[in-house]
Design a protein around this ligand. Structure first.
Ligand SMILES: [Zn+2]
Length: 177
């Protein structure tokens, strides 16, 4: 994410662990990523951990064919920042009965390459279950595509839920936007 501030430029990128089980979610994720890149100059990329829906369409970011275990160990496992943000352990969130379930989720990647947030539920944009919108990939993509600055602090790149007056991480005043 390239959000220009007076002090510095915060670079973050958005990573999609493809493919979501449901083809419509998969297509929607790619549409959102493309618009993030094109409209907001946000870097986007795909780790294709579970190929289900054929060839990917033309895409403005990096695409990797990835092994889920490698991705889990690189991005999620023992990631304390992530654990704090999602309020569960990566193994609770991304392993079901011993199998890795990563595909369909999206992650926010910080400057240093670490994942600072990831959805824990793929899909579910239209009220699959009330109250889980902050955890789902599609809701996050919809929100960040329509208003990136309400989801990420432009000073420190912390995640926001859009209702804060001050950034919970760096205390930046968010009311001026
Ligand atoms: Zn902040």
């Amino acid at each position: 994410m390239v959000l220009q501030t007076a002090q510095e430029q915060v670079n973050m990128k958005l990573r999609y662990y493809a493919d979501a089980d449901v083809q419509e979610w998969h297509k929607h994720a790619i549409r959102c990523l493309r618009s993030l890149q094109e409209e907001y100059d946000t870097e986007v990329e795909i780790d294709r951990v579970d190929q289900q829906h054929g060839h990917l369409p033309e895409f403005p970011g990096t695409i990797r064919q990835s092994d889920p275990k490698t991705v889990y160990e690189r991005d999620l496992k023992r990631n304390r920042t992530l654990t704090d943000r999602i309020e569960q352990t990566p193994s609770e969130a991304y392993k079901r009965y011993g199998d890795l379930e990563i595909a369909g989720n999206v992650a926010v990647v910080a400057n240093d390459g670490s994942v600072v947030w990831a959805s824990t539920l793929p899909g579910f944009a239209d009220g699959y279950m009330p109250g889980v919108e902050s955890e789902t990939a599609m809701d996050f993509l919809d929100e960040i595509t329509s208003a990136p600055s309400e989801r990420l602090c432009i000073e420190c790149a912390a995640l926001l839920d859009g209702s804060e007056q001050y950034c919970p991480s760096c205390d930046a005043d968010l009311t001026g936007k």
